[in-house]
Design a protein around this ligand. Structure first.
Ligand code: NAD
Ligand code: DAU
Length: 332
């Protein structure tokens, strides 16, 4: 297959492109990425020379560029997004542009070019906080922050294009991913790298919010399966099945990095902080997917990766990140 991947220089997109090139020798990839603060060509340095890979620098909101990049594609897979909840509380504009208007631009291109598949990567956050039980694909969307509201907007638009124009969309909604190449603003890489730097770990509120963690390589195999086997107009939840309170995970990270619990710094809670996410993933399991990486081993491998890749994350924690960090958490 010839694939157009958007947002492939970010965390999940870069892991997905690497997975794809290794798992499917006959596939080729065009990667269209705007290179925002979260987009990093270094994430794909090892495949940049592969003749089956081509990078295009640009914005998914740019209709003519998208049409050009998509023209020979058998499928489009959209990872491009503004993805960090805390940033959506400070500067929501870019979230609406990319996560809603950008999806619209892709839908129009897929419709016009009659591309047989658009896989849109979404999130469990669109269901909002789930106090009990687990979200199913048919549950109502109740997003509670500008990031999840804009992701829900993109999802609804995609499903509407299936209903009205039969644009062949399929959506995955995954839980919290972790693993190599995750930008160090997100909890796990932030806490691991702060611990390695002997800096405090800023834990929001009472630390008892629950997330369901999914190793990024397991998400890649789910996306790959849904791309090839998923039904048009369908949504597939992809949950890791490992729910844990933030404070418990924080202690685990400190153990793995060999740092003391005194590094935990309770800080003011995130406004509108969803208490718990939980996904019912039976539908994607019926397609034949299951996570292959047990949480403990995957977390250990992730900590080892950050330990071994200081040259990757240290530059990311200066410059733009430092300004963001000071605004978010105050001066260190
Ligand atoms: P990320 O922030 O690491 O990467 C996003 C990528 O998109 C970057 O390379 C960035 O340069 C690119 N991008 C942003 N705006 C763009 C635009 N207008 N045009 C082209 N490229 C643009 O994000 P991620 O964590 O890899 O998430 C990828 C997708 O998965 C997102 O849609 C996100 O909502 C979803 N998701 C993420 C998680 C998670 O835990 N990280 C969980 C569920 C769903
Ligand atoms: O659930 C899927 C979502 O997971 C994705 O759609 C988002 O793109 C991704 O960013 C992530 O959102 P979260 O808000 O759950 O992830 P984050 O890493 O920001 O936070 C995880 C938990 O840790 C959350 O309860 C907030 C808490 N936290 C986070 C940070 C950054 C802290 O306590 N301190 C922090 O400094």
């Amino acid at each position: 297959m010839k694939l157009l991947v958007t947002g492939g220089c970010g965390f999940i997109g870069s892991n997905f492109i690497r997975h794809l090139l290794a798992a499917h020798p006959d596939d080729s990839v065009v990667n269209l990425d705007k290179l925002t603060y979260a987009g990093n060509p270094a994430n794909l340095a090892d495949v940049a020379g592969d003749p089956r890979y081509r990078f295009v620098h640009g914005d998914i909101c740019d209709a003519s560029l998208v049409r050009d990049a998509a023209k020979d594609a058998d499928a489009v897979i959209n990872f491009a997004a503004e993805s960090h909840v805390d940033r959506s509380l400070m500067e929501p504009d870019a979230f609406l542009k990319t996560d809603v208007f950008g999806v619209f631009t892709l839908l129009e291109a897929v419709r016009e070019l009659k591309i047989p598949r658009l896989l849109h990567v979404s999130t469990d956050e669109v269901y909002g906080s789930v106090e009990r039980g687990s979200s199913r694909e048919s549950d109502p969307l109740r997003p509670s922050n500008p990031y999840s509201a804009s992701k829900a907007g993109g999802d609804l638009l995609a499903l509407a294009y299936w209903q009205t124009h039969r644009v062949p969309v399929v959506i995955t909604r995954s839980s919290n991913n972790f693993g190599p190449y995750q930008y160090p603003e997100k909890m796990i890489p932030l806490f691991v790298t702060n611990a390695l730097e002997d800096q405090p770990l800023p834990l929001y509120g009472d630390g008892k919010n629950v997330r369901d963690w999914l190793y990024v390589l397991d998400n890649c195999t789910a996306i790959d399966l849904v791309l090839r086997k998923g039904g048009d107009g369908e949504v597939y939840n992809v949950g890791g099945g490992h729910e844990v309170e933030n404070v418990v995970l924080t202690r685990q990270i400190l153990r793995l990095t060999g740092r003391p619990e005194t590094l935990i710094r309770p800080v003011k809670d995130r406004p509108g902080h969803d208490r718990r996410y939980s996904l019912d993933s039976k539908k994607v399991q019926q397609l034949g997917w299951k996570p292959r990486h047990p949480f403990g081993a995957a977390l250990e491998a992730t900590v080892a990766w950050y330990r071994g890749h200081e040259a990757w994350w240290r530059p990311l924690k200066s410059g733009e990140f430092r300004a963001y960090y000071e605004k978010q958490y105050g001066r260190r």
